[in-house]
Write a protein that binds this ligand. Structure first.
Ligand SMILES: Cc1cc2nc3c(=O)[nH]c(=O)nc-3n(C[C@H](O)[C@H](O)[C@H](O)COP(=O)(O)OP(=O)(O)OC[C@H]3O[C@@H](n4cnc5c(N)ncnc54)[C@H](O)[C@@H]3O)c2cc1C
Length: 302
């Protein structure tokens, strides 16, 4: 179960006691507060707290531009301008604090994003739950033949069944040994900080993760992308849905300029200009390597 009965009771209590506030409130975000969005088989993301809204981004930007912002009189236009010109600090005025439950191998990728504040469940102090990520059959896939860093077709038949069985039985066996080692029945019991080293990377951990909107967008740009591993992408997708409700103008600008947009090199831009003039442009006369050309075509033909 993603949330324990104690956590569910805590959510009910918090949602039953709204407090009046003079702070900026995002109506879209209020509906998400505390509620878990389920991810993978036992994971979740839930909003614990947030600061700011679209207006807070504009408020901060207007400090720097003063009267100059009069030319961009509406908030959406200003936010699009800021995003387009990489004027990022106004986006840092918004913050979000999430409670995330995720497999350890996903946490290892996530923690690489250094510009957040993290507090993780202590497996030195507490006993980890018997909860392991076991992929759905369609996500048990073979090594990709085109991308060394990825997966290809789903495994089928006897091989798929065998892999699934190995994942389940190894996790169960490791957890049985974990319990056996930490047990204090008729023995001293191994310290939790040592016993955990025998647990597999698909066991779940939990953390509070606080980040500002600029750095969250950077995280989402990398992790909600098709190149990111599926198991972290689903978390990023869930967060995207929250951010779209929290700061709708900023999220639309992010989708437009970052998620859906592309950066072109000088050579690629030159090729576009030559194509517009009707020239026959190919990889051979583009000045680009085969890999660059393939990615460039991917952008144009997408
Ligand atoms: C598809 C994919 C594949 C990956 N493969 C690998 C891999 O094979 N091996 C691997 O090790 N990693 C891998 N990574 C992780 C990747 O290299 C980054 O570490 C990760 O995406 C975090 O990005 P970041 O450093 O920009 O983010 P953050 O840590 O959030 O930093 C945001 C920005 O702040 C600045 N910054 C933060 N800290 C510093 C600092 N100390 N010094 C200077 N500038 C700083 C940088 O401009 C940085 O871009 C992969 C990531 C992706 C998305």
């Amino acid at each position: 179960m993603p949330l324990s009965p104690e956590q569910l009771a805590e959510i009910e209590e918090l949602r039953a006691n709204p407090q009046p506030t003079l702070r900026a409130v995002s109506a879209g975000m209020e509906q998400h507060l505390y509620k878990p969005l389920e991810v993978l088989d036992h994971g979740f993301v839930r909003v614990i707290d947030y600061m700011g809204d679209d207006a807070a981004i504009c408020q901060a930007a207007r400090v720097s531009y003063g009267k100059g912002t009069k030319s961009v009189s509406n908030d959406e236009g200003l936010i699009r301008y800021l995003m387009r010109h990489w004027h990022s600090t106004p986006f840092e005025m918004c913050e979000i604090k999430l409670h995330v439950k995720l497999p350890v191998f996903v946490a290892r990728q996530w923690i690489r994003h250094r510009t957040a504040n993290v507090n993780e469940y202590s497996a030195r102090y507490s006993i980890l739950d018997r909860e392991f990520y076991i992929p759905e059959p369609q996500h048990i896939a073979a090594q990709s033949v085109v991308n060394n860093q990825g997966r290809g077709e789903a495994l089928t038949g006897e091989e798929a069944a065998r892999v699934l069985e190995i994942l389940k039985s190894d996790a169960a066996r490791c957890y049985d040994h974990y319990e056996e080692m930490i047990s204090q029945e008729d023995q001293q019991g191994l310290a939790r900080e040592l016993a955990r080293m025998n647990l597999p990377a698909n066991i779940y951990t939990q953390w509070y993760w606080k980040v500002d909107l600029h750095n969250l967008f950077h995280f989402l740009r990398l992790r909600a992308d098709a190149h990111a591993q599926y198991e972290i992408r689903v978390y990023a997708d869930a967060i995207c849905n929250v951010v779209a409700d929290w700061v709708p103008f900023a999220f639309k600008a992010f989708e437009d300029y970052r998620m859906g947009g592309a950066t072109l090199s000088t050579k690629a831009l030159d090729c576009v200009r030559r194509m517009l003039k009707g020239e026959d442009v190919s990889q051979e006369n583009s000045g680009m390597s085969k890999g660059e050309w393939r990615e460039f075509m991917g952008i144009l033909e997408n």
